[in-house]
Design a protein around this ligand. Sequence first.
Ligand code: G6P
Ligand code: MG
Length: 220
Amino acid sequence: KPQAVIFDLDGVITDTAHLHFVAWRNVAAEVGIMIDEKFNAELKGISRMASLERILRHGGKDAAFDLSAREALAGRKNALYVDSLSQLTPQSVLPGMTSLLHTLKAQGIKTGLASVSLNAPAILTALGLQSHFDFCADASRLKRSKPDPEIFLAACEGLKVDPARCIGIEDAQAGIEAINASGMLSVGIGVGLKHADLLLDSTEELTWPRLEAFWNQQQR
Ligand code: G6P
Ligand code: MG
């Protein structure tokens, strides 16, 4: 058995990717930049400031905003995003995830969270999942964003587990790269992800029997 399973939050536990998109679309439009859902996929797993930098570059305006102007834009995006989080309830947990967390606990497998979102604690509370994780990595203490493995290694350290004995679960390409670089086995959720050790279409397929079979097959 693995010692721990470490989860990304946005797009794995709940679908906040669309809420991030709506907030960014509003802020981008204020400065005359249009973004669509396809571009938004590139922002998955990317920190707030790094996302803003990508948006400004996409609109050819990265030279037009100094640090304080960027901080103001990022602050406006976050205010819109935090407002939209009031829509979240325990019903917003993606299919199968609450039951997977319970099964892992029953199996004696630790659970961790590795989200770069500074809003992760508020989101877990809104979903009613705050007591379901043995350790949540603190995004405010990170020096490097995914694809750097730092956040997954911090989660392993907090859980006191060996990365080589763990599974990481991600919906973002940057997240898969971070898991692979940490030495954990990677599970990707969603189409089009590259380099995942196991790729599933949706969280409905993410069951303990599926993970156990994958783990056993990798140990041979
Ligand atoms: C997750 C999301 C990103 C988001 C980042 C920071 O990784 O996938 O889209 O930019 O968290 O979130 P925050 O809530 O701190 O702005
Ligand atoms: Mg994600």
